[in-house]
Design a protein around this ligand. Structure first.
Ligand SMILES: Nc1ncnc2c1ncn2[C@@H]1O[C@H](COP(=O)(O)OP(=O)(O)OP(=O)(O)O)[C@@H](O)[C@H]1O
Length: 275
């Protein structure tokens, strides 16, 4: 069993800094405000779902955490802290937040095997290059991650020959290999079939149970695993609602979020939206 750092959030129990703390974050691209005065904080070990319609700003928010997008420096009271620090080396930051996105999967559709994909997480690179020194410890760690995710059988398979679900689990391995504080999954079950969704969810539940934060970005309520108890709704670049899952996932909130009548149903800890 892979050893995961135990880092659970215990509100009020210690003074550890928030995993992410944003105040008044506004991002402008091509003259348009794509994030508008966002303020939120996510604690270490907390599991959160960020939900919003297409184009609402979910991926832009993640890109702001990873410093791909920069907030307007002139905003009053601007704060963008990660583990209490404002300034981060981008490579260190990418190791701290293990990110799996559809964009990354497209980039990875190439002749590289799954073990190397996982090892490449140590270098925050897309593949392994001549200047990368892969140590036996790195390889051993990568194999443990494959075991943890129950995909050891895929180690020698080429990424370009995998199903979407298998490839996505390999990318989770890449994100986990350097033991990040949080796993950030952006639109992670897009184009997966039912069996693949089930396997993927089980992996994510296992990771959430290991003490890492899971931050899930999606427009599908079905993706919200029972371990997630906080939901943030984003609409038109702004935080529309933020709170306990049971209080946020209501017919009224979801109808307003998606601008159409939505009925929310809950069964065995999972949610779905009926339209
Ligand atoms: N680099 C960019 N240049 C110009 N506009 C951008 C850029 N990045 C994002 N946007 C715009 O910002 C808005 C939010 O985009 P974003 O990708 O964050 O939405 P999203 O909620 O992740 O959407 P989806 O669910 O479709 O992936 C969109 O209108 C998008 O066109």
């Amino acid at each position: 069993m892979i050893k995961m750092t135990q880092n659970r959030y215990c509100p009020g129990k210690d003074n550890s800094p928030s995993l992410l703390e944003l105040k008044n974050v506004t991002v402008v691209r091509c003259g348009k405000k794509i994030l508008d005065s966002i303020s939120l904080s996510i604690e270490q070990g907390e599991h959160v779902a960020i939900i919003g319609p297409n184009g609402s700003g979910k991926s832009s928010l993640i890109k702001t955490f990873t410093k791909e997008y920069h907030p307007l420096a002139s905003a009053d009271g601007l704060v963008l802290n990660i583990l209490g620090k404002t300034s981060w080396n981008v490579f260190e930051l990418r190791k701290l937040l293990g990110i799996v996105s559809g964009d990354l999967q497209q980039t990875y559709c190439r002749q590289v095997n799954v073990l190397d994909v996982v090892i490449s997480g140590f270098f925050s690179s897309i593949g392994i290059y001549y200047n990368h020194k892969v140590t036996p410890e790195m390889e051993a760690r990568a194999r443990k991650v494959l075991e943890f995710l129950e995909i050891t059988h895929l180690a020698d398979r080429l990424m370009c020959e995998l199903s979407t679900g298998e490839a996505r689990r390999a990318l989770i391995g890449r994100a986990l290999v350097h033991d990040p504080q949080a796993l950030v999954l952006d639109e992670h079950t897009n184009s997966l079939d039912l069996k693949a969704i089930y396997s993927f969810r089980e992996s994510v539940r296992k990771i959430a149970g290991s003490g890492k934060s899971v931050i899930l970005v999606t427009h599908a309520l079905e993706d919200i695993i029972p371990e997630i108890n906080r939901v943030i709704l984003i609409k038109e670049g702004k935080i529309f609602r933020d709170g306990k899952k049971e209080e946020i996932l209501t017919d009224a909130n979801l109808s307003e979020l998606f601008s159409l009548p939505v009925e929310v149903q809950e069964k065995k800890g999972y949610y779905q939206a009926l339209i």
